[in-house]
Design a protein around this ligand. Structure first.
Ligand code: GUN
Ligand code: ZN
Length: 448
C-alpha cells in the first residue's frame, strides 16, 4: 500500500519523565508521521520528511493539533456500558444491584455482539486504540468482542470472567468449566492478528480456592497471556475477601498463594494496601491499575501513587477508566480525575507524567512498549489527534498557554474528553473523525 502522512504537532515519550525529566518528551511542532502497511516508517520534522515522500502521498493536515500515539486503557468492563452512572451504591451493593443483573444479559450472543460494537466505537471516539477488557462469565461475550475487534484490526486484550461463587446462578461457572472455557478462548484468539488473552478471575470474593488455583495454572501454562483481577478496592470488599479466606493475613496473600502475582498480572485499584502487600507486588513485577473516576464514584478510596514510587519497593503502575464503575471512557478525563485524587493527598502529577502514562507508560505496563505507545519507526500506527481548543472554554483558556506545550497538555487533561479527540487512526487508517455538532437527545424524561 502507498504511504500516508499525518501532519501536526507530534508528541511522544522516549522514557518516563518522572525518572528521565522533561527531555523524555519528544515534541515536533510541525511534524509528520509517515505510515505504510499499518506501521510507522518515519516520524519527525515536516520540512525534512516532506522531501522524502513519494509524489501523490496523501497528507492529513492536522497542523495546530497534537498527534500522539493512541491512548491505552488497561482496565475496563465492556458489559458495563449500560451500568455506567448507576446511582447511590458502593462496590458490593453496586455489583449486586446493577452490575450482575446487566451481565446476565450477555448469555445472549446477539446482545453481546451489539454491546461489543457500541463499546469499541466508544473507545475509538475517545482516542483509545488499545484496551484490556473484562467480558462476562459467558465465553460468547468474549467471542463477540474478539470478533468485533478483529474486524476493526484493533490491538485488544480481553478475557472471559471466571467466577464460581457469590453471584446469581446465571453468572457462575465452575473451577473446571472456567479453566476449560478460558483455555478454548486462548487457543482460538490469543496471538491472532493483534488480539491477546487475559486470564480473568473477577476477584477473590467471587472465586473459590480451586478457581484461583486454575487461574494461576492458566497463567503459567500460557506465559504470553496476561492475568487481570481486582485487589484492595474498598473496605467492605476487603472484609468479605478476608472472611472467605480465613488463613490469609492480607488480600494480596490470597492471590500470592495461587501464583497469580506476576509481571503480566494487572490488579485493578490497589488502594488500601499494607506495606508487605506492596512489597510482594513490587517483588513480582505486578502492575497496580489506578482507576480514579471509579474510585471516586464508588467511594472506594484514594490511590497512593507516591507509595508505588518508594525506591526500596517500586510498584509498576498503569492508568485505567474501569467503566462502568468508572464514569468516563475518556483517558484524558481519567487523567484529570487522577490529578485530583493525588491533590487530595498532597501529591503532584505533572502533565508530562500523565501523558506518558496514557501512552508509553501504559504500553510498558502491558509489556507492549516495543509495539505501541510511541511515534517511532516500526511501531504500530495507532494514533490520536487532540484538539486543545475543542470547546469555547478550552480555546479561551488556551490563549493563556501562549504556546507552552506543558500547559497545553495540562489543559487537555483537566478539560479534555471525547470532544478533544479530533481523529483516531488504527494501523494508519482513520477510524474516527469528530463530527461537527452533537445530536440533541429526543427527551430527558420526567421525575418519577
Ligand atoms: N470488583 C469485582 N468486580 C468488579 C467490577 O465489575 N468493577 C469494580 N470496580 N470492581 C469489581
Ligand atoms: Zn474493574
Amino acid at each position: 500500500m502507498s504511504p500516508r502522512a499525518i501532519r501536526g504537532h507530534l508528541v511522544d515519550f522516549a522514557d518516563d519523565p518522572h525518572v528521565a525529566g522533561a527531555a523524555a518528551c519528544r515534541a515536533v511542532e510541525d511534524g509528520i508521521v509517515v505510515v505504510q502497511d499499518g506501521r510507522i516508517v518515519a516520524a519527525g520534522e515536516a520540512a525534512e520528511l516532506l522531501k522524502t515522500l513519494p509524489p501523490g502521498t496523501g497528507i492529513d493536515d492536522w497542523r495546530g493539533k497534537l498527534v500522539l500515539p493512541g491512548l491505552i486503557d488497561t482496565h475496563i468492563h465492556y458489559p458495563q456500558v449500560r451500568v455506567i452512572a448507576s446511582y447511590g451504591a458502593q462496590l458490593l451493593e453496586w455489583l449486586e444491584r446493577y452490575t450482575f443483573p446487566e451481565e446476565t444479559r450477555f448469555a445472549d450472543p446477539a446482545h453481546a455482539a451489539g454491546e461489543a460494537a457500541f463499546f469499541l466505537d466508544e473507545l475509538l471516539r475517545n482516542g483509545t486504540t488499545t484496551a484490556v477488557v473484562y467480558c462476562t462469565v459467558h465465553p460468547g461475550s468474549a467471542e463477540a468482542l474478539f470478533r468485533e475487534a478483529q474486524r476493526r484490526r484493533l490491538r485488544l486484550i480481553a478475557g472471559k470472567v471466571m467466577m464460581d461463587r457469590n453471584a446469581p446462578p446465571g453468572l457462575l461457572d465452575t473451577a473446571e468449566q472456567g479453566y476449560a472455557d478460558s483455555e478454548a478462548l486462548i487457543a482460538r484468539w490469543h496471538g491472532v492478528d493483534r488480539l491477546g488473552y487475559v486470564v480473568t478471575p473477577r476477584f477473590a470474593g467471587s472465586s473459590s480456592e480451586a478457581q484461583l488455583e486454575a487461574a494461576g495454572t492458566l497463567l503459567r501454562e500460557h506465559p504470553g497471556c496476561w492475568l487481570q483481577t481486582h485487589l484492595s478496592e474498598s473496605p467492605g470488599e476487603i472484609a468479605a475477601v478476608l472472611g472467605s479466606f480465613p488463613w490469609a493475613r492480607s488480600y494480596t496473600e490470597v492471590y500470592d498463594r495461587f501464583g497469580i502475582l506476576s509481571g503480566r498480572s494487572l490488579f485493578g485499584h490497589c488502594i488500601h494496601l499494607a506495606e508487605d502487600e506492596r512489597r510482594r507486588l513490587s517483588e513480582t513485577g505486578s502492575v497496580a491499575c489506578f482507576c480514579p473516576t471509579s474510585n471516586l464514584f464508588l467511594g472506594s478510596g484514594l490511590f497512593d501513587l507516591a507509595a508505588t514510587r518508594r525506591s526500596d519497593r517500586p510498584v509498576r503502575v498503569s492508568l485505567a477508566t474501569d467503566v462502568g464503575g468508572g464514569t468516563s471512557y475518556s483517558m484524558l478525563a481519567t487523567a484529570g480525575e487522577g490529578y485530583k485524587v493525588l491533590q487530595l493527598q498532597g501529591q503532584s502529577w505533572p502533565a508530562l507524567e500523565a501523558f506518558y502514562q496514557l501512552t508509553l507508560g501504559n504500553a510498558r505496563a502491558l509489556g507492549l512498549d516495543g509495539a505501541i505507545g510511541r511515534l517511532a519507526p516500526g511501531f504500530e500506527a495507532d494514533l490520536v489527534v487532540l484538539d486543545p481548543a475543542a470547546t469555547p472554554a478550552m480555546a479561551h483558556r488556551l490563549e493563556r498557554a501562549e504556546g507552552d506545550l506543558v500547559d497545553t497538555l495540562f489543559l487537555l487533561v483537566t478539560m479534555g474528553d471525547d470532544r478533544a479527540v479530533a481523529a483516531t487512526y488504527v494501523l494508519g487508517e482513520p477510524v474516527h473523525r469528530r463530527p461537527p455538532a452533537a445530536a440533541r437527545a429526543p427527551t430527558c424524561g420526567k421525575v418519577s
